[in-house]
Design a protein around this ligand. Structure first.
Ligand SMILES: Cc1cc2nc3c(=O)[nH]c(=O)nc-3n(C[C@H](O)[C@H](O)[C@H](O)COP(=O)(O)O)c2cc1C
Length: 147
């Protein structure tokens, strides 16, 4: 079983491409060491991140991420065990959503995220759908694929 954790946080500063590259570089080496995979989404000043792997490893990494000064107001949106990973080929995928959705799938992902934030009845299912649609978008746009 894999443990999956999805949280949302508020960026405390203007996030530059350099900040994202720094986060992804760190994620690439640290997460690969612990076989943690996942995805980071940046949307309208907020981060949403999925971390997946062995429960203790994910929680340990989350404890480090949580105190990072680049974000605050951290809210766990869903957590639980899953039979499979959703981003098994990625140490940390990345997607930046534009403020105004430019196509149907971006629009879908933004409304999935809204649903996830609004305390759904089944957060694990809602987050699965959200990350599934993010993955589909990334098939065109992402970077930092695991070797
Ligand atoms: C939104 C956000 C997501 C992050 N995600 C990860 C991550 O998945 N893995 C990781 O190692 N560091 C991540 N970081 C960076 C950590 O907070 C921390 O700076 C880093 O793990 C320190 O690594 P080091 O001890 O090797 O210097 C993230 C930071 C932010 C702001």
């Amino acid at each position: 079983m894999f443990y999956q954790l999805t949280y949302r946080s508020r960026a405390t500063q203007e996030i530059s491409t350099e900040d994202i590259i720094d986060i992804l570089r760190k994620s690439q080496s640290n997460n690969a060491d612990k076989e943690i995979t996942g995805c980071l989404v940046f949307n309208e000043g907020y981060f949403v991140q999925l971390l997946e792997g062995e429960k203790g490893d994910v929680q340990e990494r989350f404890n480090v991420i949580e105190v990072d000064k680049r974000h605050d107001t951290i809210d766990i949106l869903s957590e639980g065990e899953s039979l499979e990973r959703q981003f098994e080929d990625w140490t940390m995928a990345y997607l930046k959503l534009p403020d105004e959705a430019e196509n149907k799938l971006e629009n879908q992902v933004k409304s999935d995220l809204k649903a996830l934030k609004e305390a759904p009845e089944n957060p694990n299912f809602t987050s699965k759908v959200f990350w599934y649609n993010v993955h589909t978008l990334l098939d065109e746009k992402g970077f930092y694929r695991k070797e």
